[in-house]
Design a binder for this molecule. Sequence first.
Ligand code: BGC
Length: 736
Amino acid sequence: MAQLSVEEKASLVAGATFWKTAAAPGIAPITVADGPHGVRRTPDSGQDFGLGESLPATCFPPATGLASSWNRDLVERVGQALGDESRAQGVNVLLGPGINIKRSPLCGRNFEYFSEDPIISGELGASYVRGLQSRGVGASLKHFAANNQETNRMTVSAEVDERTLRELYLPAFENVVKREQPWTVMCSYNRINGVYAAENEWLLTRVLREEWGFTGLVVSDWGAVDDRVAALRAGLDLEMPGPVADSHAALVAAARSNARDEKHLDTSVERVRRLVTRSTLEKGPDFDVDAHHALARSAATESMVLLKNDGVLPLEAGKPIAVIGQFARSPRFQGAGSSQVNPTRVEPALDALMLTTPVEFASGYSHAGPDEALHAEAVQLAEQAETVLLFVGLPEGDESEGYDRTDLDLPAHQVALIQAVTAVNPRVVVVLTNGGVVSLEPWHDSAAAILETWLLGQAGGAAIADVVFGSVNPSGRLSESIPLRLQDNPSYLNFPGDLTTVRYGEGVFVGYRYYETATLPVRYPFGHGLSYTSFEYSDLEVAKDGTLATVTVTNTGAVGGKEVVQLYVSPPASDVRRPVRELRGFAKVWLEPGASTRVELALTSRAYSYWDVASSTWVTAGGDYVLQIARSAHEVVLEATVTLNDSRPAEKLTLESPVTAWLQHPVTGPIFRRAAGGDVVEGGANVLDMVGSMSMRRLLRFPDVPVSAAQLKALLVAANNPVVRGIARVVGRKRG
Ligand code: BGC
C-alpha cells in the first residue's frame, strides 16, 4: 500500500475498461463477465456492453427455470459448469446470481431471478455460488438491494419499511453471504428509502459487513455510481465500468484533504488487491461442450412445471402428433439484456419431438405477429390430429432488462389460436414459453394439459421431448404464484410507482404470503406442480424445540419420480400481523415406485421469528406454531405443533405506556382490573377498551381517576422488577 500513489489507488478502485479492473505495480488486472445463466465473455477489444457479440458458451436455463427445480444439487452443478466455462474463457468473476425477490409478476427481469420467496432465492443462490466458486471463479451476488422493477431503475427510490426489508428483501442476500462468502456483491441502481444503493452506508457497511460479516468486495452495477466519494464512504469498493475521470479526480482530492477518506480508499484498494490475489487460477482448459449441453438438458427437464394434466400426458412414442406454434421451431430460451448468452448450439423442440414420433407441423403464427393463413392452417391440422402440442408464449421484446411488462397476457392472436385449436380438438397440450408469469385465462379449462416451460436455455427443446414422452418424469414446482388476475397481485396498486418513488405498501405480504392470508384464489399456488406418479406423506415428527421436522414420503404410483417436500410454518396470532404460512424448508427426493424415505428438514429460530422494529432484532412471540407439510402454499397435508417461549424483550412499563400495556402487564394488570371491578361499561361501550391507546400519564389527567401519583410510582417499581414480574407470571398462569 505504501508503494502506491494516491493516483494509483484511485485508479485501482475503478475499472480500466468495461470488463477489466485496473493494474498497478504488483496488482494484475482481472476480467469479469455476465452471468448469470451462461458466460457472456465479450471480446477483449470491446469497450461497451458488447450485447450480441460474446464468445460461444452454454446457455443454461435462466433462474426462472432453475428455481422451479427446487433442486440445490442441480443448481450447484450448473454453478460448477459455469465456473469451468468462465475459466476456459479467462473470466475471474462471473456477474451472478441475481437473487432479487419477484415482487410483481410484471418485473421485466423476473426471468433472471429465482422466486417470490426469500428461502428459495437464498438457498438456490447459495448453491449457485458454491458451485461457481468451487472452480476458483468469483460470484457477484446482485442486485443489492430492493431492485424489484426495471421501470426507472436508475433513479427510483424503493420505499420499504425495515421489517419488510429484513423479512423479504434482504434474507436471500444474508443467507448467501453468511454461508458462501461470494467474492463480490453488486449494488443495485435504485435508491432505498431515498439513498442510492451505491451510497447507502446502512446497507453496504452496517448490514452487509458489520451484521452479516461480508469480507469480499462491493462492486457497483454498471454505471450505478453518482457521487464517487459518497459511495466510497458508504462502502462501495469498485466502480464499474471505468475509468471515470470525474470519480478519479474526486477520490484523489478527497484522499489528499481528508485522512478518513484516505483510509476508506486504502480499505477499498486492499479489497481489490485481495480479489486479484484470489483470482490466481490460470486460464482453464476448453470446456466440454457436449457434457455441458447434456447438463443444460437435464437442468431444463427439472425446470418445467406440469400445471395441469387430465391424463393426456405422457404421450406414447411412435403415435403421430400435431405440433403447432412457431416457438416449437424457433424457440425463445433466454431473456434480453446483459444476461444474453451466445449459445454453443440450440435444439428446437420440433427437431427433438421428430426423433421420437411422427410429427405434422404448422406454425400457427409468426414471431412477427398474427397471420390469418397460418392460423387457419393450424386449426385445420388440429382438427385431423389425435393429439396436439401447442407452443405459445411471450415474444422476445416483451421481457428484458430495462423495462417492465404492463400486463400478464399472451399476445391476443395466440389466445385466439389456443381457443380455436381447443375448440376442434379435446387433446391439446399447451406448452408455454415465458420468463415471467403469464395469465392462463380465459382458456385454461379448455386445455387437456398445460406445461409451463419458462425459459429453458439452449437444450430446452430436447428437454420438452423428454418430459412429454415421459422419459423424464416432471418434477418442477412453481417458485411464484400464478394469479387469476393481475389486479389480485398485492403490489398492484404500488407497482411500478411514480417517476421517483415506489412504495412497498403490501409490506411482507408478497406473493403467496398475501394470497393465502387474504384467502384469495389463484390459478395455481406457489409450490404447485404435477408428476406422472403420486406421493403420500405420513408420520410427521417435530422436535420439541422446533429445530427439526421429519416426515415419511412414499411414491404410491407406478413410475419413479422426484418429489419436492415443502415445509411451512404457521405462526400463532400476535399483535404483529404475519402471513398465515411461510416456506421454511424444502428438499427434493427421488423415489422408485413403492419406495419410501424419511426426510429431515432442519429449522433455526429464524423460522419462527419476525423482525421487531422497536428492538432492532429477530424475536419470537410465545405460543403454538404449526409446522405444515404441504403440496403447495395452499394445500397442507400434515401438521404438527410446537410451543415456543416468548423471546421478546420485556417492555419497560412507564407513564407513557398505553393503558392496554398496563392492563396486559402481569403485575399491574390484575391490580387494575380488580380496582376497576371488572369491565367498566358505559352507554354500551367498554370504557377500558375505549381509552386503551391512551398513555397512563394522560389518563391520570381525568379528574375522577382514583389513583395517586405515589401509588403509581410504587407500582412501576414493582412492575419493572424482573423478580416480581416473574412471580406474577407464574401466579397468573396458575390461576389460569
Ligand atoms: C446489469 C447487471 C450486469 C451489468 C453488466 C447492468 O446493466 O444490471 O446485471 O451485470 O449491467 O452488464
